[in-house]
Design a protein around this ligand. Structure first.
Ligand SMILES: NC(=O)c1ccc[n+]([C@@H]2O[C@H](COP(=O)([O-])OP(=O)(O)OC[C@H]3O[C@@H](n4cnc5c(N)ncnc54)[C@H](OP(=O)(O)O)[C@@H]3O)[C@@H](O)[C@H]2O)c1
Length: 302
Protein backbone atom coordinates (compact mmCIF):
# COMPACT_ATOMS: atom_id res chain seq x y z
CA UNK A 1 0.00 0.00 0.00
CA UNK A 2 1.26 3.49 -0.78
CA UNK A 3 1.79 5.78 2.15
CA UNK A 4 2.20 9.24 0.79
CA UNK A 5 1.53 12.89 1.36
CA UNK A 6 -1.89 14.21 0.45
CA UNK A 7 -2.62 16.31 -2.65
CA UNK A 8 -2.61 19.43 -0.48
CA UNK A 9 0.94 18.48 0.52
CA UNK A 10 1.75 18.31 -3.20
CA UNK A 11 0.52 21.86 -3.60
CA UNK A 12 2.69 23.08 -0.72
CA UNK A 13 5.82 21.46 -2.11
CA UNK A 14 8.60 23.68 -3.24
CA UNK A 15 12.22 23.30 -4.02
CA UNK A 16 14.18 23.80 -0.83
CA UNK A 17 16.74 26.49 -1.52
CA UNK A 18 20.12 25.30 -0.33
CA UNK A 19 20.75 28.67 1.26
CA UNK A 20 23.96 29.99 2.73
CA UNK A 21 26.56 27.34 3.42
CA UNK A 22 24.07 24.61 2.38
CA UNK A 23 24.86 25.45 -1.25
CA UNK A 24 28.33 24.06 -0.64
CA UNK A 25 27.17 20.83 1.02
CA UNK A 26 27.41 17.95 -1.44
CA UNK A 27 24.46 15.61 -1.75
CA UNK A 28 25.88 12.10 -1.28
CA UNK A 29 24.73 9.42 -3.72
CA UNK A 30 25.61 6.03 -2.24
CA UNK A 31 25.60 3.56 -5.11
CA UNK A 32 26.00 6.50 -7.45
CA UNK A 33 27.52 4.45 -10.27
CA UNK A 34 24.58 2.01 -10.43
CA UNK A 35 21.35 1.98 -12.42
CA UNK A 36 19.43 4.40 -10.21
CA UNK A 37 22.31 6.18 -8.48
CA UNK A 38 24.01 7.45 -11.60
CA UNK A 39 20.70 8.88 -12.81
CA UNK A 40 20.14 10.54 -9.42
CA UNK A 41 23.66 12.02 -9.56
CA UNK A 42 23.16 13.23 -13.15
CA UNK A 43 19.83 14.87 -12.38
CA UNK A 44 21.18 16.59 -9.26
CA UNK A 45 24.23 17.86 -11.16
CA UNK A 46 22.05 19.12 -14.01
CA UNK A 47 19.95 21.01 -11.47
CA UNK A 48 23.06 22.69 -10.09
CA UNK A 49 23.50 20.76 -6.85
CA UNK A 50 26.97 19.71 -5.74
CA UNK A 51 27.11 15.89 -5.78
CA UNK A 52 29.45 13.34 -4.28
CA UNK A 53 29.27 9.77 -5.58
CA UNK A 54 30.05 6.96 -3.14
CA UNK A 55 31.04 3.57 -4.52
CA UNK A 56 34.13 1.41 -4.79
CA UNK A 57 34.95 2.95 -8.17
CA UNK A 58 34.34 6.57 -7.08
CA UNK A 59 37.14 9.12 -7.17
CA UNK A 60 37.46 8.69 -3.41
CA UNK A 61 36.63 4.98 -3.00
CA UNK A 62 33.79 4.09 -0.63
CA UNK A 63 33.43 0.44 0.35
CA UNK A 64 30.46 -0.75 2.38
CA UNK A 65 32.73 -3.44 3.85
CA UNK A 66 35.36 -0.93 4.99
CA UNK A 67 33.80 1.46 7.55
CA UNK A 68 37.05 3.44 7.51
CA UNK A 69 35.93 4.79 4.11
CA UNK A 70 32.54 5.99 5.38
CA UNK A 71 33.56 9.19 7.20
CA UNK A 72 35.28 10.75 4.21
CA UNK A 73 32.18 10.08 2.10
CA UNK A 74 29.93 11.66 4.72
CA UNK A 75 32.03 14.74 5.49
CA UNK A 76 29.95 17.90 5.02
CA UNK A 77 26.92 15.97 3.73
CA UNK A 78 23.38 16.98 4.80
CA UNK A 79 21.32 14.89 2.36
CA UNK A 80 21.90 11.49 0.88
CA UNK A 81 20.45 8.91 -1.48
CA UNK A 82 21.13 5.39 -0.30
CA UNK A 83 21.24 2.23 -2.40
CA UNK A 84 21.71 -0.42 0.31
CA UNK A 85 24.01 -3.43 0.16
CA UNK A 86 23.16 -5.17 3.44
CA UNK A 87 20.18 -3.79 5.35
CA UNK A 88 20.82 -5.95 8.40
CA UNK A 89 24.48 -5.34 9.12
CA UNK A 90 25.37 -2.15 7.27
CA UNK A 91 22.46 0.26 6.80
CA UNK A 92 21.92 0.89 10.55
CA UNK A 93 25.59 1.52 11.43
CA UNK A 94 26.00 3.68 8.32
CA UNK A 95 22.97 5.80 9.21
CA UNK A 96 24.25 6.24 12.77
CA UNK A 97 27.53 7.47 11.34
CA UNK A 98 25.59 9.72 8.96
CA UNK A 99 23.59 11.28 11.82
CA UNK A 100 26.83 11.92 13.76
CA UNK A 101 28.29 13.57 10.64
CA UNK A 102 25.34 15.99 10.42
CA UNK A 103 23.19 14.31 7.76
CA UNK A 104 19.58 15.43 8.06
CA UNK A 105 17.70 13.80 5.19
CA UNK A 106 17.89 10.33 3.65
CA UNK A 107 16.14 8.89 0.60
CA UNK A 108 16.34 5.10 0.75
CA UNK A 109 15.96 2.81 -2.25
CA UNK A 110 13.90 -0.19 -1.14
CA UNK A 111 11.69 -2.50 -3.19
CA UNK A 112 8.05 -3.29 -3.82
CA UNK A 113 6.91 -6.35 -1.90
CA UNK A 114 8.74 -5.36 1.27
CA UNK A 115 5.38 -5.22 3.08
CA UNK A 116 4.31 -8.69 1.86
CA UNK A 117 5.86 -11.55 3.86
CA UNK A 118 4.98 -14.00 1.05
CA UNK A 119 6.57 -11.94 -1.74
CA UNK A 120 9.84 -13.89 -1.70
CA UNK A 121 10.67 -17.30 -0.19
CA UNK A 122 11.37 -16.97 3.58
CA UNK A 123 14.88 -15.71 4.29
CA UNK A 124 15.64 -14.73 0.69
CA UNK A 125 18.38 -12.05 0.90
CA UNK A 126 16.75 -9.83 -1.75
CA UNK A 127 13.83 -9.31 0.63
CA UNK A 128 15.76 -9.11 3.88
CA UNK A 129 17.98 -6.26 2.70
CA UNK A 130 14.96 -3.99 2.32
CA UNK A 131 12.90 -5.12 5.33
CA UNK A 132 15.81 -4.59 7.71
CA UNK A 133 17.05 -1.52 5.83
CA UNK A 134 13.71 0.24 6.18
CA UNK A 135 13.61 -0.69 9.89
CA UNK A 136 17.07 0.81 10.38
CA UNK A 137 16.01 3.98 8.56
CA UNK A 138 12.92 4.46 10.72
CA UNK A 139 15.02 3.92 13.87
CA UNK A 140 17.69 6.38 12.75
CA UNK A 141 15.95 9.58 13.84
CA UNK A 142 16.79 11.13 10.46
CA UNK A 143 14.23 12.69 8.13
CA UNK A 144 13.48 10.09 5.47
CA UNK A 145 11.68 9.12 2.28
CA UNK A 146 11.40 5.50 1.14
CA UNK A 147 11.19 4.52 -2.54
CA UNK A 148 9.80 1.07 -3.31
CA UNK A 149 10.08 0.46 -7.05
CA UNK A 150 8.68 -2.41 -9.05
CA UNK A 151 11.03 -4.30 -11.41
CA UNK A 152 13.24 -1.91 -13.31
CA UNK A 153 12.74 -1.68 -17.09
CA UNK A 154 16.51 -1.22 -17.24
CA UNK A 155 17.00 -4.82 -16.04
CA UNK A 156 16.56 -5.67 -19.72
CA UNK A 157 19.12 -3.18 -21.02
CA UNK A 158 21.94 -2.41 -18.59
CA UNK A 159 20.94 -4.75 -15.76
CA UNK A 160 21.23 -8.44 -15.04
CA UNK A 161 18.90 -9.62 -17.82
CA UNK A 162 20.61 -7.61 -20.54
CA UNK A 163 22.89 -10.37 -21.81
CA UNK A 164 19.94 -12.71 -22.39
CA UNK A 165 18.06 -9.98 -24.25
CA UNK A 166 21.13 -9.24 -26.41
CA UNK A 167 21.38 -12.99 -27.17
CA UNK A 168 17.82 -12.83 -28.60
CA UNK A 169 16.32 -15.29 -26.08
CA UNK A 170 15.35 -14.31 -22.54
CA UNK A 171 15.42 -17.68 -20.77
CA UNK A 172 14.27 -17.16 -17.18
CA UNK A 173 11.66 -18.53 -14.74
CA UNK A 174 9.47 -15.43 -15.07
CA UNK A 175 6.18 -17.21 -15.83
CA UNK A 176 3.40 -15.83 -18.00
CA UNK A 177 2.05 -13.13 -15.67
CA UNK A 178 2.47 -9.42 -16.26
CA UNK A 179 4.49 -6.90 -14.29
CA UNK A 180 4.37 -3.12 -14.04
CA UNK A 181 8.01 -2.44 -14.96
CA UNK A 182 9.22 1.00 -13.88
CA UNK A 183 11.72 3.21 -15.68
CA UNK A 184 14.81 4.03 -13.58
CA UNK A 185 14.51 7.60 -14.88
CA UNK A 186 11.27 7.88 -12.90
CA UNK A 187 12.91 6.35 -9.82
CA UNK A 188 15.69 8.93 -10.06
CA UNK A 189 13.24 11.79 -10.62
CA UNK A 190 11.33 10.82 -7.46
CA UNK A 191 14.58 10.52 -5.49
CA UNK A 192 15.73 13.96 -6.62
CA UNK A 193 12.36 15.48 -5.71
CA UNK A 194 12.56 13.93 -2.24
CA UNK A 195 16.14 15.16 -1.79
CA UNK A 196 15.56 18.72 -2.95
CA UNK A 197 11.90 19.60 -2.23
CA UNK A 198 9.81 19.94 0.88
CA UNK A 199 6.77 17.72 1.29
CA UNK A 200 8.19 14.22 0.79
CA UNK A 201 9.37 13.60 4.34
CA UNK A 202 7.96 10.39 5.86
CA UNK A 203 6.54 9.31 2.50
CA UNK A 204 6.76 5.75 1.19
CA UNK A 205 6.52 5.92 -2.58
CA UNK A 206 5.68 2.66 -4.29
CA UNK A 207 6.59 3.09 -7.96
CA UNK A 208 5.49 1.26 -11.08
CA UNK A 209 5.16 2.01 -14.76
CA UNK A 210 1.81 3.07 -16.27
CA UNK A 211 0.86 -0.45 -17.48
CA UNK A 212 1.60 -4.12 -16.85
CA UNK A 213 3.28 -6.25 -19.52
CA UNK A 214 4.08 -9.94 -19.73
CA UNK A 215 7.70 -10.78 -20.43
CA UNK A 216 6.66 -11.83 -23.95
CA UNK A 217 5.04 -8.41 -24.46
CA UNK A 218 8.13 -6.67 -23.04
CA UNK A 219 10.36 -8.57 -25.49
CA UNK A 220 7.99 -7.62 -28.34
CA UNK A 221 8.36 -3.93 -27.38
CA UNK A 222 12.14 -4.30 -27.31
CA UNK A 223 12.09 -6.09 -30.68
CA UNK A 224 10.02 -3.27 -32.16
CA UNK A 225 12.27 -0.55 -30.75
CA UNK A 226 15.58 -2.23 -31.54
CA UNK A 227 14.78 -4.00 -34.81
CA UNK A 228 16.28 -7.13 -33.28
CA UNK A 229 14.00 -10.11 -32.68
CA UNK A 230 14.02 -11.08 -29.01
CA UNK A 231 11.85 -13.87 -27.62
CA UNK A 232 10.99 -14.98 -24.12
CA UNK A 233 11.35 -18.64 -23.12
CA UNK A 234 9.75 -19.38 -19.75
CA UNK A 235 11.74 -21.90 -17.70
CA UNK A 236 11.05 -23.59 -14.39
CA UNK A 237 13.40 -22.65 -11.57
CA UNK A 238 14.99 -26.13 -11.86
CA UNK A 239 15.56 -25.74 -15.61
CA UNK A 240 17.01 -22.28 -15.01
CA UNK A 241 19.41 -23.59 -12.35
CA UNK A 242 20.50 -26.41 -14.64
CA UNK A 243 21.26 -23.96 -17.47
CA UNK A 244 23.18 -21.57 -15.21
CA UNK A 245 25.20 -24.35 -13.61
CA UNK A 246 26.09 -25.60 -17.11
CA UNK A 247 27.33 -22.04 -17.72
CA UNK A 248 29.59 -22.29 -14.67
CA UNK A 249 27.38 -20.78 -11.96
CA UNK A 250 27.46 -21.95 -8.38
CA UNK A 251 24.24 -23.98 -7.86
CA UNK A 252 23.15 -22.17 -4.68
CA UNK A 253 23.61 -18.75 -6.28
CA UNK A 254 21.74 -19.89 -9.39
CA UNK A 255 18.80 -21.10 -7.27
CA UNK A 256 18.78 -17.85 -5.27
CA UNK A 257 18.66 -15.93 -8.56
CA UNK A 258 15.86 -18.13 -9.89
CA UNK A 259 13.83 -17.75 -6.70
CA UNK A 260 14.28 -13.96 -6.82
CA UNK A 261 12.26 -14.06 -10.06
CA UNK A 262 9.32 -16.01 -8.60
CA UNK A 263 7.29 -12.88 -7.67
CA UNK A 264 7.20 -12.09 -11.39
CA UNK A 265 5.94 -15.57 -12.24
CA UNK A 266 3.30 -15.33 -9.50
CA UNK A 267 1.99 -12.01 -10.84
CA UNK A 268 2.81 -10.16 -7.62
CA UNK A 269 4.11 -7.14 -9.56
CA UNK A 270 1.17 -6.84 -11.95
CA UNK A 271 -0.63 -4.14 -10.00
CA UNK A 272 -0.04 -0.47 -10.76
CA UNK A 273 1.21 1.95 -8.11
CA UNK A 274 0.66 5.68 -8.14
CA UNK A 275 3.90 6.78 -6.46
CA UNK A 276 5.26 8.60 -9.53
CA UNK A 277 2.08 10.64 -9.83
CA UNK A 278 1.98 11.32 -6.08
CA UNK A 279 5.60 12.44 -5.94
CA UNK A 280 5.94 14.25 -9.26
CA UNK A 281 2.40 15.15 -10.32
CA UNK A 282 2.77 13.37 -13.67
CA UNK A 283 2.30 9.88 -15.07
CA UNK A 284 5.22 7.41 -15.21
CA UNK A 285 7.11 6.80 -18.45
CA UNK A 286 5.92 3.91 -20.60
CA UNK A 287 7.89 0.76 -21.34
CA UNK A 288 7.82 1.75 -25.02
CA UNK A 289 9.51 5.08 -24.18
CA UNK A 290 12.15 3.22 -22.17
CA UNK A 291 12.72 0.76 -25.04
CA UNK A 292 13.03 3.56 -27.61
CA UNK A 293 15.62 5.41 -25.51
CA UNK A 294 17.59 2.24 -24.72
CA UNK A 295 17.58 1.19 -28.38
CA UNK A 296 18.78 4.66 -29.43
CA UNK A 297 21.60 4.36 -26.88
CA UNK A 298 22.62 1.02 -28.41
CA UNK A 299 21.67 -1.12 -25.41
CA UNK A 300 20.87 -4.18 -27.51
CA UNK A 301 23.56 -3.96 -30.16
CA UNK A 302 25.70 -7.10 -30.20
N1 LIG B 1 16.48 -4.31 -10.39
C1 LIG B 1 15.22 -4.25 -9.99
O1 LIG B 1 14.29 -4.57 -10.71
C2 LIG B 1 14.92 -3.76 -8.59
C3 LIG B 1 13.59 -3.56 -8.20
C4 LIG B 1 13.34 -3.07 -6.91
C5 LIG B 1 14.40 -2.80 -6.06
N2 LIG B 1 15.68 -3.02 -6.48
C6 LIG B 1 16.78 -2.75 -5.57
O2 LIG B 1 17.66 -1.82 -6.14
C7 LIG B 1 18.94 -2.01 -5.54
C8 LIG B 1 19.99 -1.86 -6.62
O3 LIG B 1 19.93 -0.53 -7.08
P1 LIG B 1 20.63 -0.09 -8.43
O4 LIG B 1 20.12 -1.01 -9.49
O5 LIG B 1 20.48 1.36 -8.56
O6 LIG B 1 22.13 -0.43 -8.13
P2 LIG B 1 23.12 -1.32 -9.01
O7 LIG B 1 23.03 -0.93 -10.44
O8 LIG B 1 22.94 -2.75 -8.60
O9 LIG B 1 24.52 -0.78 -8.48
C9 LIG B 1 24.98 -1.04 -7.18
C10 LIG B 1 25.76 0.18 -6.70
O10 LIG B 1 26.35 -0.15 -5.45
C11 LIG B 1 27.77 -0.01 -5.55
N3 LIG B 1 28.38 -1.07 -4.74
C12 LIG B 1 28.27 -2.41 -4.90
N4 LIG B 1 28.99 -3.04 -3.95
C13 LIG B 1 29.55 -2.07 -3.18
C14 LIG B 1 30.42 -2.07 -2.07
N5 LIG B 1 30.87 -3.21 -1.51
N6 LIG B 1 30.78 -0.89 -1.53
C15 LIG B 1 30.37 0.27 -2.08
N7 LIG B 1 29.55 0.35 -3.13
C16 LIG B 1 29.15 -0.81 -3.69
C17 LIG B 1 28.09 -0.13 -7.03
O11 LIG B 1 29.24 0.60 -7.37
P3 LIG B 1 30.73 -0.01 -7.44
O12 LIG B 1 30.63 -1.32 -8.19
O13 LIG B 1 31.48 1.07 -8.15
O14 LIG B 1 31.18 -0.19 -6.03
C18 LIG B 1 26.89 0.56 -7.63
O15 LIG B 1 27.06 1.97 -7.60
C19 LIG B 1 18.93 -3.36 -4.85
O16 LIG B 1 18.86 -3.14 -3.46
C20 LIG B 1 17.64 -3.98 -5.35
O17 LIG B 1 17.05 -4.85 -4.40
C21 LIG B 1 15.96 -3.48 -7.72
Amino acid sequence: MDIHPSRSDMARRRTVPLAGDMTQNPILVVGGTGITGRRVAARLTAAGHPVRVASRSAARPFDWHDPDTWSAALAGVRRLYLVPLDGTRLTGPFLRRAAEAGVERVVLLSGRGVDDPDYLPPGHPAGIVHVTGEEALRASGLTWTVIRPSWFSQNFSEGYLGDWVRSGDLRIPGGEASAAFVDAEDIAAVAVAALTEDGHQGAVYELSGPASLTLAEAMAEISLASGKQVRYTPLTVDEFVTELVADGWNADEAREFGLALTPLARGLDARLSDGVRRALGREPRSFAAFAADAAAAGAWRA
